[in-house]
Design a protein. Structure first.
Length: 80
């Protein structure tokens, strides 16, 4: 059985291996830039998890409820 992942970021080792950066947008005060980002990705709200490939291009939107395996797979794929 896959266990859900909390809102905690991936481990530092996973991020370093993928040469990735974990970014968080604070939507507490309904920032217009974040609103535009959510609209561009057709998200109805937060959280929104998007993993961008190292080579650039479109990001992969992950489900709202994550498992550690989903995050690991997305980071591994993005690092190619």
């Amino acid at each position: 059985m896959k266990r859900p992942c909390s809102s905690a970021p991936p481990s530092a080792a996973e991020l370093a291996q993928a040469n990735a950066v974990y970014m968080v947008g604070d939507y507490t005060d309904v920032d217009p830039a974040i609103t535009a980002y959510l609209e561009r990705h057709r998200a109805v709200g937060v959280p929104l998890y998007v993993v961008y490939p190292r080579s650039g291009g479109e990001g992969r939107i992950l489900p709202t409820l994550l498992t550690p395996g989903m995050v690991e797979d997305a980071l591994r794929e993005a690092a190619r």
